[in-house]
Structure formats: C-alpha cells, structure tokens
Write a protein of this length. Structure first.
Length: 385
C-alpha cells in the first residue's frame, strides 16, 4: 500500500483502534448474552483483529506529495494534497509511450477556505478524470453560519444546565471542532465549561496534526508557532483511559462531550448516549453525515426511541444538526476543482456518491463545461484511448 507519511500515521491509529473497538464490542456483547442467558444466532466476532491491523500496517510504503513514483515500465503515479483530511491525496497515474496519457483520481476533494488544512490541489491537465460526488447535488452552509449554529447549541444547552453530546469522526472533524471551539472561547461567544475529548483515536490523530505542521494552513501554523495551539483550548480534558471516560457521566453541570464514532455505530459515544439521550436538558449535536440504518441516522431522523446496548431509551434530548462541517467539496467546489483544467479531458467519470448526487453533478459538468461525462455502474469496464 502506497500513501503519504501522514496517511500512514493516521492509518496505523485508525486500523488499530477499530480492531480494538471491535474486539471490545464483541466481548461486551458475549458478556451481555451470557448474563441474559441467550445465544446469538451468528458468531459474535470482530470483523478483523488487532493482529490483522498490525499485518496491514507493515505493508504500507510512504510517499511524498508532488513526487512521481514509478511502478512498472512506463507507468508512474504522483500524490497531491486533497485538503480533505490530513495526508489525503489525489492521485494522477501517468502512462508514457508514443502518446502519453494521464488519469486523475480525485479521491475525496476537500474544501476551500476551511480552517486547519490547506486548500485542495488544482491541476492544469488530465486526459481522464475520476471525480467524487458525495455532495454533487447540494451547496454547503456558509462557514460563518456554522459558528453561529454552534454558539446557539452550546449556549442554550448550558442555560438549561445540560451537556452537549457530539458524535464526531476522530479524523479531521474532531480537530476542526477543537479549532472552532477555541476561536469561539477566545472571542467570548460561548461560556467556559469543561470540554471532554473522549476519544483515544481523536487524541492520537491530533498528535499527527502536531507532527505534520507542513500540511496545516498558515493560520494554524502561526498560532502553534506563537504558543497558542488551537488544539490546547481552555477547559479541554482529553480522556484516554476507560475509567476516565466512565467518570464523565458522573459530572454534573454544563459540558461539551466529543466522542466517536461519528455515526454512533460503536465506541464511547454509545455510552454517553445511553446516559444522556433521555434527559431533556441535554443536546445531541450532529456535525457529520448520518447514514440510514445507523444509530446516528435513527436519532438524527427523529426517532422517538432508540435501542442502545440491548435497551430502549426514549429520546428526550434536543437533537441538532450542523451540516456545513463536512470535509467534502460541494457541487460548486467540485466544479471549481474541475474548472482549473486548461483543456477538456477526454472523459470524466463521476463516482463515490449516491445516485442522485452523482447524476446531478454529471449534469452540472455537462451544462457548465460541455465535457463528455458519465456515471459508471458497478462492473462497467471503460476502455481508455
């Protein structure tokens, strides 16, 4: 596996953490079944183990941005900053010969003018482009509006004496959230209160951000050089140990709790929801996409009751959503990224999105640029000239 150094660092954290969480969840479920005197109809085993994660990490090879890496005769690839999460890349594959050709894979395209990370890379040319379309049919909230919504959610919850429970992805989302909370505290827009970062993985990933300062934007670099790191905000309590996490639920008074997983499918957030979702003074604040069928999707979708650890809990907490936090480019930003090409590519393939989003982006590309654009189906084979 080839990836940037930052991606290698993050991948090691994520793979090991996910394996450990799966092993813990499987052990917890087995223990609960034994206590209840029942047996699962299927084996309760993790999808992969910590040993599997270690084996995968040993196969990683790190590469630098903007450096051509040869693979076979005439075929090479280069990695370019995608601005999505730290270390994320767009990859351009070049095939040399009588008529050299290049294929540009966008991967997840980041956003312009977002805090913490650098802007996505732009390209002058590519013969073929494979572009994502996660938000190909919508435009994000204005960034200033995100802060206003965050302020309202925190202040109103604090006035009720409750906790703001935030399911957050450990990579990128948690770091941006810390940055925004730090800025709002410095501006006096939110009250001082304990902020619990209850995610060992998010804590470790934040250390990767500190390690790779060259990948952060100028503003954050300047703050860190001045000794005012946005990742060390007042009132922050990082809880790695399980006992520290359990003690959060005994805390009385207003607080912000940031925990994974982002869609509430596992991890410590489920424990915080089990202790807080049935309390009307609390707020569950979603700052990321919630897939249908997940616990987060059920709560964000307006469920009146949810099942957590085999028990049903009434949803009495206030449920709020801020959609503009996404690290994915929206329709206009994807068009901007494509529009940097100085000549039309031979063809654009729109992938990595729900059908509505993919076809909407394909139509927008045809309308805006008049390029040959297709939305491939699973199993399709495209012959490149």
């Amino acid at each position: 596996m080839y990836c940037t150094g930052a991606t290698a660092d993050v991948a090691g954290i994520v793979l090991r953490d996910a394996a450990a969480v799966q092993e813990e969840d499987a052990a917890f479920k087995k223990k609960r079944h034994a206590r209840e005197g029942r047996k699962s109809p299927r084996p309760v085993v993790p999808l992969y183990s910590t040993q599997d994660a270690e084996n995968a990490c040993r196969s990683i090879r790190s590469v630098n941005y903007n450096t051509l890496v040869p693979f076979t005769d005439g075929v090479s690839a280069s990695w370019h900053d995608a601005g999505h999460i730290i270390g994320s890349s767009m990859i351009r594959i070049t095939v040399n010969g009588a008529a050299p050709r290049s294929v540009l894979f966008s991967g997840d395209v980041g956003r312009w003018s977002k805090p913490v990370l650098r802007d996505p890379s732009l390209f002058d040319e590519a013969d073929y482009v494979v572009v994502e379309s996660t938000y190909g049919n919508r435009v994000h909230e204005i960034l200033d509006k995100i802060d206003a919504m965050l302020v309202e959610a925190i202040k109103s919850t604090a006035e009720r004496g409750g906790k703001v429970i935030i399911p957050a992805f450990a990579v990128e989302r948690s770091q941006e959230l810390l940055y925004r909370l730090n800025s709002l505290l410095a501006a006096g827009r939110i009250p001082n209160m304990p902020i619990f970062l209850d995610s060992p993985m998010a804590i470790s990933v934040t250390e990767v951000y500190r390690k790779h300062l060259e990948l952060l934007d100028e503003e954050v670099n300047g703050l860190i050089r001045a000794g005012m790191s946005p990742f060390d905000l007042p009132g922050l309590r990082s809880t790695r140990k399980r006992e520290e996490s359990k003690n959060i639920n005994d805390f009385r008074g207003p607080a912000v709790i940031i925990a994974g997983s982002g869609m509430c499918t596992g991890g410590r957030i489920k424990h915080h929801l089990a202790h807080g979702i049935d309390h009307a003074e609390n707020t569950v604040l979603f700052i990321g996409y919630q897939a249908a069928g997940t616990l987060g999707g059920q709560i964000a979708g307006g469920a009146l009751e949810v099942r957590i650890f085999g028990r049903f809990f009434p949803v009495r907490a206030r449920i709020e959503k801020i959609e503009g936090f996404s690290g994915h480019a929206d329709k206009n930003e994807l068009l901007k990224w494509l529009g940097a090409l100085r000549r039309p590519p031979t063809r654009v393939f729109v992938t990595h999105g729900e059908p509505d989003a993919a076809f909407a982006l394909a139509d927008a590309i045809k309308t805006e640029y008049g390029w040959d654009t297709v939305v491939p189906e699973y199993g399709n084979i495209a012959e490149l000239e």
